[in-house]
Design a protein around this ligand. Structure first.
Ligand code: ADP
Ligand code: ZN
Ligand code: ZN
Length: 713
């Protein structure tokens, strides 16, 4: 049998042959086993079962399996094949890939665990209003669905006495003893939704569901899930981690009751192991989860939905560096399932493939119930400055906030700032300094006082005058949400303000608290970064203000136009989701930039046309594939040398069809005592040449390859 050893060591990165152990020969594919390795032992997963070639049958070098660690195969046959595919696609170690597919709790529990703890759910009767703790626990349970006693206690500050009291009164009940709650009937789909459902029914393959914000995509997903379950198959819905709010989950629970479970990084190992087993057995047929849910071992998967498919959080930033969208598509293909990619602002790549007919394409062009898209006002901040307004709020936005406050409605103010990178721009003409070779913004490095390009590694000193208009009023951009909150407090002292960014929202809990507090209208104004732009549905929000649309535009990334467009449209989509129409004010120093102009018009197609032209001209995806090679060492000199050797090696392996840029110090040149160097490869489609190169690079220690990188710092 061919075995992947569960260790991320380059030397072990191949399939190892073993012969069956004491359990005897049979189909062991997918099982976890213990094997002898060198002088010790190791665990691994059987990936292939092949009859041993005759000449090896008596070969003493082929050793026997020591033990089988699981009763049932841990990985389904489809997943073992998927692991092999992933390892090739992302140049990831096979052992590491297999490891990523098996949650830690399952790996440890493989030796046999006691029976799982009972799970409880909220009964129909609720505790009285005076029983504060009981009520809190009951409500938590109602929101989170079936949970164990430990989970309930861990979630709140309540003691186990509260749990006992609830149990004694029958206010919570063990899951297997309750009848399914009557499920909320589906809404009456409108014509576009019905059309979409009809085209999707019975069709396999990959589909892009391109529907404006609030067009009812989720209802289409749910309809498809319903049908999938009726066919006796299972379904999963992937959402960006941050969008896994109680609100999202509650919608699926209302429709599918306890048949749906949640999967995310905030769950304990035990919880994950439990859910994983129920999925494996087929008793949990629907999972709503974050990225890693893509590896759940559904026995007969019929549907994968990727909501907000454009989100970059679907790309895993550590090994194996997979993209959940690609894995979802591949998995759907292999298992004959349907894959639906949903977004109001699809990733360029998905949109491009849909228009080329490579994947199916369905559009929802209107918001449900004829609700209008919000009215968008664009403000040229250069003009504000000329008129003597030095606030971060334009006159138009100030007026809109004042009116919204007076009307007793809610406002969201976005500062779509990504953090670390600082750039330089001209306050008179709005120009930012970009690389002469790459058309991406140059990043200012405080330590060196220089500007550099993260793609071709061009470097220069900051100019004293703007190259476009010769103004000397060049600024380093860097306002944070704190400063916005200060300004709000000064301008509208009566307003209650809530701040939401990476500093205030560290975990899932604080995120939920923020979401709930704003839902309960405990604040009038929410000030936040793009992390609150996603999937939120606050019907009382009628005003969205985007303070500086240019920040993401000037991020040193060839996707900055795409990101900006997506952010602006998604953020705008938070306004006017209820009965009252919304208003959006976008402030910018670049009112003519196509990403901003198209976002204001909510014109996805127009944006796509321009962006594709730029990508093709500059040689970026989807027209070229990028490989990012990172070389690191504690010794700077050695790292530089290794980087140069690697670059030479790469150049000797490829012809003119592959452009090799670098090596050069990485934008963040030193991380945790390691010096980092980058080499960037740009090539046309992947062929034999790159496959060969990949094999060579995989074997080199100190070199990390990321295929299709999303994070290049
Ligand atoms: P999207 O996922 O496209 O942003 P949602 O599915 O969240 O849109 O729908 C937006 C809102 O409209 C939700 O509150 C949803 O319940 C409601 N909705 C969706 N479809 C319909 C429909 N056909 N009739 C009435 N309300 C609908
Ligand atoms: Zn200028
Ligand atoms: Zn450059």
């Amino acid at each position: 049998m061919d075995v992947a050893i569960e260790r991320a060591v380059g030397d072990l990165d191949r399939l190892w042959s073993y012969r069956a152990g004491p359990e005897g020969p049979q189909d062991w594919v997918g099982h976890r086993i213990e094997v002898p390795l060198g002088r010790g032992t190791a665990t691994g997963v059987v990936l292939r079962e092949q009859p041993m070639p005759l000449q090896f049958a008596t070969d003493p070098k082929i050793r026997s399996v020591l033990a089988v660690l699981d009763d049932e195969p841990t990985l389904t046959p489809q997943l073992t094949e998927l692991a092999l595919w992933m390892s090739e696609r992302y140049l990831a170690f096979i052992g590491q890939t297999v490891r990523a597919m098996i949650p830690p709790g399952v790996r440890q529990g493989a030796h046999g665990l006691e029976s799982p703890p009972a799970r409880w759910r909220a009964g129909e009767r609720s505790p009285g209003p005076r029983a504060v703790h009981q009520r809190a626990m009951w409500e938590w349970l109602r929101e989170h669905g079936p949970s164990t006693r430990e989970e309930m206690l861990a979630a709140g500050s309540a003691s186990s006495a509260v749990f006992v009291a609830l149990r004694r009164q029958g206010l919570i009940v063990p899951v297997n003893e309750v009848q399914e709650l009557p499920q909320k009937p589906a809404v009456q789909l409108n014509a576009e939704q019905r059309d979409a459902v009809q085209r999707l029914s019975g069709a396999s393959g990959v589909w892009l569901l391109e529907g404006v914000t609030g067009s009812g995509k989720t209802e289409v997903y749910m309809e498809r899930i319903e049908k999938t379950l009726a066919d006796g198959r299972q379904a999963m819905v992937l959402v960006p981690e941050i969008a896994l709010t109680p609100q999202t989950v509650a919608r699926f629970r209302e429709r599918f009751g306890s048949r749906v479970e949640v999967w995310h990084s905030g769950l304990s190992r035990g919880q994950r192991a439990e859910t994983w087993r129920r999925v494996r057995r087929g008793t949990t047929p629907v999972v709503v989860g974050a990225r890693s849910a893509i590896f759940l071992p559904f026995p007969c998967l019929g549907l994968i939905v990727l909501d907000e498919e454009h989100e970059t959080t679907y790309k895993q930033d550590e090994h194996p560096r997979y993209h959940a969208r690609e894995v979802a598509e591949e998995r759907a293909r292999r298992e004959g399932a349907q894959c639906i990619l949903g977004s109001a602002t699809p990733a360029l790549d998905s949109a491009w493939r849909a228009r080329n007919g490579q994947i199916g394409w369905i559009r929802l062009t209107e918001r449900v119930m004829q609700r209008p898209l919000p009215q968008v006002t664009i403000v040229d901040m250069r003009a504000e400055l000329r008129n003597g307004n030095h606030e971060m709020f334009s006159g138009a936005l100030m007026e809109a906030v004042t009116q919204t406050l007076a009307a007793g409605r809610q406002t969201i103010l976005f500062l779509n700032r990504r953090g670390y990178a600082t750039y330089i721009f001209c306050r008179d003409c709005g120009a930012s300094l970009s690389c002469p070779h790459c058309s991406v913004t140059l990043t200012y490095h405080q330590e060196t006082g220089r500007l550099s390009c993260h793609y071709c590694f061009y470097e220069t000193v900051p100019p004293r005058r703007c190259p476009r208009c010769a103004s000397e009023r060049i600024r380093y951009f860097g306002a944070g949400t704190e400063r916005v909150v200060e300004a709000v407090a000064r301008l509208w002292p009566q307003a209650r303000v809530l701040r939401a960014d990476r500093d205030t929202l560290s975990g899932r809990e604080s995120h939920e608290r923020m979401w709930r507090a704003f839902s309960r209208r405990e604040a009038d104004i929410l000030v936040g970064t793009q992390m609150i732009a996603k999937g939120m549905d606050w019907p009382m929000v009628t005003l969205v203000g985007i303070l500086a649309a240019d920040v993401s535009l000037n991020f040193p990334d060839f996707r900055s136009g795409e990101r900006t467009f997506q952010l602006l449209v998604q953020a705008s989509g938070r306004a006017g989701r209820g009965q009252i129409p919304g208003h959006v004010v976008i402030q910018t120093y670049n009112p003519e930039h196509y990403a901003i102009v198209r976002a204001v018009q909510a014109d996805y197609q127009g944006f796509l046309d321009e962006e594709l032209q730029y990508r093709e001209a500059a040689g970026y995806p989807p027209f070229r594939q990028l490989w990012l090679l990172e070389i690191r060492d504690r010794d700077e000199h050695k790292a530089r040398e290794m980087a140069q050797e690697t670059a030479d090696l790469v150049r000797s392996q490829v012809d003119g069809a592959v452009a090799v840029l670098g090596p050069a110090p990485a934008p963040i040149a030193k991380v945790r005592e390691f010096f980092r160097f980058h080499i960037l490869l740009k090539s046309a489609v992947r062929g034999a040449q790159l496959d060969r190169l990949g094999a060579v690079l995989k074997g080199r220690s100190g070199v990390q390859v990321t295929i299709d990188p999303y994070f290049m710092l």
